[in-house]
Design a protein around this ligand. Structure first.
Ligand code: PEP
Length: 243
């Protein structure tokens, strides 16, 4: 199964126009069991987008964040129980933009556990900064981010989707080179395979319609997490056509 996931971030997207553009440029019948398309809008748009019939039938909906706590006195937070009410299927966790706001590896693990308990698939982001890459410490760093999940015996990592997102390629307009993507994803696969797991690993970072065919040829890659290029229904449809 391949995945194409849109992260609309904190952007105002007109979902009617988006859908129109997507439909005009993508043959819906090609969405089959081998490709899962997921849209992650902002919290205020989750209900609206989840209720649109096309989204319901053909496209799955994801959240961009969730609280690790149960419903209760957590002002401004959204629980997994809230997401379940809307039939949300996926949730991004550990995005670098949230880690920059203080989300720790331990928070990521707690969120993943909470999501799995509600049968919502976590999309776990990981990736190194430019500084770490320049110091040639990428593998050590990736391991430190993922080890948290690996070491928890109660957590089934095969029920998660992972997204390798080098920070230096996010929102920059230039994706990571194929060799870096291959090396990092192969490394993560190798480490996890020691535990007899077969992971779903996506790539994210400046994916667009032009570079997506080449990146899709990377070893072991199962699809994309897309930010900027997912804001336009036509551009996103053109990426989908490359699967
Ligand atoms: C992201 O933020 O998850 C992302 C991949 O963004 P972009 O595609 O804009 O680099």
């Amino acid at each position: 199964m391949k995945f194409l996931i849109a992260n609309w971030k904190m952007n105002l997207v007109d979902s009617d126009n988006w859908l129109l553009a997507f439909n005009e440029n993508f043959d819906n019948s090609s969405i089959n069991n081998s490709l899962e398309i997921v849209i992650c809008p902002s919290f205020t748009q989750l209900a609206e987008v989840a209720q649109k019939s096309f989204f319901k039938n053909k496209i799955k909906i994801g959240a961009q964040n969730v609280s690790e706590n149960p419903p209760g006195p957590y002002t401004g937070e959204i629980s997994t129980e809230h997401l379940s009410q809307f039939g949300i299927n996926y949730c991004i966790v550990g995005h670098s933009e949230r880690r920059a706001l203080g989300e720790s590896n331990s928070d990521v693990k707690n969120k993943v556990k909470k999501l799995l308990s509600k049968k919502i698939t976590p999309i776990v982001c990981f990736g190194e900064s430019l500084e770490i890459q320049e110091k040639r410490e990428t593998e050590k760093f990736l391991l430190s981010q993922l080890d948290y999940l690996l070491k928890d015996k109660d957590l089934d990592i095969n029920k998660c989707i992972f997204a390798y997102e080098p920070l230096w390629a996010i929102g920059k307009g230039v994706a990571a080179d194929l060799q870096t993507i291959n090396t990092s994803i192969s490394y993560v696969k190798k480490v996890f395979d020691k535990n007899n797991s077969s992971l779903t690993v996506l790539y994210g970072g400046s994916v667009n319609k032009d570079n997506s065919p080449e990146i899709l040829s990377a070893d072991h890659i199962s699809g994309f997490l897309v930010g900027n290029s997912s804001l336009d229904g036509k551009e996103f449809a053109n990426i989908a056509k490359n699967f």
